[in-house]
Design a protein around this ligand. Structure first.
Ligand SMILES: [Zn+2]
Length: 300
């Protein structure tokens, strides 16, 4: 009887905790755990670990019944010749899927799934950077299958971000962004931990029109969503060029980038799953979904 009583209590709390989210929190956690596991060896572009990450993401999309964007399938391959700071060539693979809406105007929601791989014999698992955004994109994908969007939504899992935003550059250059009617990029990169419980929505300095949709959402408890990190000439404090949204911005496509401030494990082998603050992460994903919903129902 004691055991049974305990079981009931646990079940009750589990359901209460998850009831506040618009997504499956245990699935999100599991996706993050798998994507940042040692067997994926830091998901370096072109590596075996990257291929494993890709097949995991594609399986999840297939199981959700989400269609590939391109006729050739989910994967868009590309080559690059050199990255900043180091001469390096490689082949990358974006994963692209689409959820049709009632409008032609298209929102691209993105996250890069690559990270640094193995350096000096150590696995850089990039749990926050950016298994967190990748797993969040899968949760958003699932959300969209249950809540049909007004806009057409492209889900873009970019490769080779760490090599100089290569996958997103190829993506915006390979498509006719005017014909595709791209009206917004929502990019996620590092969203799962913050000692201050702060997530940033960056980009409204450039695109103030987006501010209203962000401001009107209600936020989870003990969580703040801040504007900023987008003022020109503020050096490293300006995140406008720090992740894949840069390539959309350069094409004058508005962007909203979600991310946290750098932490001591940034680009270190210690950016691992055990360092993730799951409460903060779940709150981040919930807030981003609410912003997606608000922006989708507005005229962009
Ligand atoms: Zn990153």
């Amino acid at each position: 009887m004691v055991c049974r009583g305990l079981f009931v209590v646990v079940l009750f709390f589990t359901q209460t905790a998850f009831a506040q989210y618009s997504f499956n929190a245990s699935q999100l956690t599991n996706d993050l755990k798998i994507l940042s596991s040692d067997s994926l060896e830091g998901r370096r572009v072109g590596s075996e670990g990257s291929a494993k990450a890709r097949s995991y993401i594609i399986k999840r999309l297939e199981s959700l019944g989400i269609k590939p964007l391109l006729e050739s399938g989910y994967v868009q391959t590309f080559s690059f010749t050199q990255s900043f700071g180091q001469v390096q060539a490689g082949d990358g693979s974006n994963i692209l899927a689409v959820v049709e809406g009632t409008k032609k105007e298209t929102i691209v929601i993105s996250a890069h799934y690559d990270h640094l791989g193995v350096l000096g014999g150590k696995i850089y698992s990039g749990a926050d950077d950016n298994a967190s955004g990748t797993a969040a994109l899968l949760s958003i994908a699932e959300y969209l299958t249950k809540h049909k969007p007004d806009h057409r939504i492209i889900l873009a899992f970019f490769d080779a971000e760490e090599m100089g935003l290569r996958g997103s550059a190829h993506f915006v250059n390979s498509l006719d962004t005017k014909a595709e009617a791209f009206v917004l990029n929502i990019n996620m990169d590092m969203i799962s931990r913050s000692d201050k419980n702060e997530l940033y929505a960056c980009g409204t300095y450039h695109y103030p029109k987006l501010k209203n949709s962000v401001e009107k959402i209600s936020l989870p408890e003990k969580f703040s969503l801040k504007f900023g990190h987008d003022l020109p000439n503020s050096g490293r404090n300006d995140w406008t060029g720090q992740s894949d949204h840069k390539n959309f911005h350069q094409k004058k496509i508005p962007f909203l980038y979600f991310g946290v401030e750098d932490h001591p494990d940034y680009h270190r082998p210690t950016d691992s799953f055990d360092k993730i603050n799951l409460h903060f992460y779940h709150s981040s994903v919930e807030s981003i979904i609410r912003v997606v919903r608000a922006l989708d129902s507005s005229t962009l």
